[in-house]
Design a protein. Structure first.
Length: 559
């Protein structure tokens, strides 16, 4: 089959007058130029092969389906044309003309009929499907199926991932809900258990309330029954307070009257004696007549005229001298009190003092039962304490000067035939001026500490300041000795410890008899207050101490 040559660059389109030629042209030009590339078939009539552009493999699946359908339809038309005996088609040869890239032209030349069939492609003449176009279509279909499968797999994988994630979230939510449910169950159990505990507590509280109500009723009954006696006691107490106030006023008036009388009649009670008279009275200071001794000197029993006296003779080595002698003469010669020793006279040339004779010796001797003397009863001891308090009040309130004894101790407290108190030894006493703006209406005297250490005011020892409260401290130690008969050193600490432990009875002097414990306890507390280390914490004798001792003395029924 011969082709009419066409020079390059010429664009000649052969006119197809034959219907078969037109049909074949349609087959040739069918989808040769695709939407994404051009299919070029360089096969000649003498047996060439058609090839498919590489870009055509990338067509979409829908384009492949359309191309396949159209090719199948055209093959069927072409086959029918050939089988219909179209002679004109058989006698007209096909001529491929190359021109532009976008179009193929066919030209016809008069040729024998047999040349057409000899040079026609077998795939067209016999209806065979071995054309490479169909292979690529099949391959595209397979690739389409693979892509669809991959998409389905990816979709399934994504769905599986989402489902796993959702399942994990659901499991987490279920775990949280389970944990919350367990927590709620636990709280419910606790809440269910609390009513039981609350019920038990309620029962216990109700029982306690009932018991408390019973106790309240009992206490109300006791209070009601005690109201009457308390009122009576209060009335008695008020009556006693009035009696005490009246007694204090009378005592003050009595002291004033006695002071005035003693000052007026002093020359009648005080006399001066010569040394020869003193020697005669003591038989030249016979040792058998010696009844005591002190810091000033020895004391002898003697007789002046028809009166028994006690003569205190100064020793040559005594620490006390003319000053102490004159001090005692000035004080005792101008004052009189039932519980104050009487100074009969003096011998200035020998610095000798003459007192009234006191037969029962000192309180120190009686507390230690010197010479097998009988012990003092608790009633007598209370009377001694009250009388000592009375004479101290008298000395501290005297006018124009307040007198501070300064050496208060049992050895300077004498007992007469009736065991009445007689305070003596005023050799180191001090006269203090009253001061209206001070707490105790007296000034404080600064002097060298003198006296017996165990009875001395600690503040007086450390500062040298002597005041009426110094006598109050010594009085407190003496009161403790009256209760216990124990030595003065450390006695305050022992009594305080016994009171705190409730063992005061073990310290009370059993030789005094059966102490009334209430009164003994009151005296112990009073003594501890009087013997406080600080002066400002000690009570006042007139307003506080005497109000306790005076009723006790009255209750004893003695003098």
């Amino acid at each position: 089959m011969r082709s009419k040559s066409i020079s390059p660059g010429q664009q000649r389109r052969g006119k197809l007058t034959n219907p078969a030629q037109k049909l074949f042209r349609r087959v040739r030009s069918l989808d040769v130029n695709g939407p994404r590339g051009r299919l070029t078939n360089p096969a000649s009539l003498d047996g060439g092969s058609s090839t498919l552009s590489r870009s055509d493999a990338d067509w979409s699946t829908d384009q492949y389906d359309s191309l396949s359908r159209r090719s199948n339809s055209q093959n069927s038309v072409l086959s029918s044309c050939f089988s219909g005996g179209l002679a004109y088609v058989a006698s007209t040869p096909f001529l491929r003309t190359e021109g532009s890239e976008n179009e193929s032209e066919l030209s016809t030349l008069p040729q024998p009929t047999e040349d057409l069939f000899l040079s026609s492609p077998p795939s067209v003449l016999d209806g065979s499907i071995e054309d490479p176009l169909y292979d690529e279509l099949e391959q595209a279909k397979a690739e389409r199926d693979d892509v669809a499968a991959i998409r389905k797999a990816k979709a399934s994988e994504s769905l599986y991932t989402e489902e796993s994630k959702r399942r994990k979230e659901v499991e987490e939510d279920l775990a949280k809900e389970k944990e919350e449910l367990e927590k709620i169950n636990k709280e419910q159990d606790e809440v269910m258990g609390e009513p039981c505990i609350g019920q038990d507590q309620k029962s216990l509280l109700e029982k306690q309330i009932e018991e408390s109500a019973e106790m309240v009723n009992e206490l109300e009954q006791k209070i009601t029954s005690a109201v009457g006696p308390l009122r009576n006691y209060k009335e008695e107490w008020d009556h006693l307070q009035k009696d005490r106030d009246n007694a204090l006023k009378e005592a003050e008036e009595l002291r004033r009257n006695r002071t005035e009388a003693s000052s007026t009649h002093m020359p009648q009670f005080f006399s001066e004696f010569s040394f020869s008279e003193i020697e005669e009275a003591t038989h030249h200071f016979d040792p058998s007549l010696k009844i005591g001794e002190g810091g000033y000197g020895n004391i002898y029993k003697g007789i002046l005229g028809q009166t028994q006296v006690a003569v205190k003779m100064r020793r040559s080595n005594s620490m006390q001298g003319p000053a102490e002698f004159q001090q005692e003469v000035n004080v005792l010669s101008k004052m009189r009190h039932p519980n104050l020793i009487t100074l009969v006279g003096a011998c200035p040339e020998a610095w000798t003092l003459i007192y009234e004779y006191i037969p029962n010796g000192s309180l120190e001797d009686r507390l230690s039962c010197m010479d097998n003397s009988p012990p003092l009863s608790w009633q007598t001891r209370i009377c001694i304490a009250a009388e000592l308090c009375s004479v101290l009040i008298f000395l501290h309130s005297s006018k124009p000067h307040s007198i501070v004894h300064g050496d208060l101790k049992p050895a300077n407290i004498l007992l007469d035939e009736n065991l009445a108190t007689k305070l003596s030894d005023f050799g180191i006493c001090r006269l203090l001026d009253h001061k209206e703006d001070s707490s105790n209406n007296t000034t404080i005297c600064r002097t060298d500490p003198k006296g017996t250490f165990t009875y001395m005011d600690p503040e007086f020892v450390t500062t040298g300041e002597l005041s009426p409260k110094s006598d109050v401290y010594s009085f407190g130690i003496i009161l403790l000795r009256l209760l216990t008969a124990r030595p003065a050193l450390g006695i305050r600490r022992e009594v305080e410890y016994a009171l705190n432990k409730g063992n005061l009875k073990t310290l009370l002097d059993p030789s005094a008899g059966d102490w009334p414990f209430v009164q003994a306890e009151m005296l112990a507390h009073l003594a501890l207050r009087c013997s406080e280390m600080s002066r400002k914490n000690r009570p006042d004798l007139a307003s506080e101490v005497w109000s306790v001792l005076e009723p006790m003395k009255a209750s004893c029924g003695m003098r």
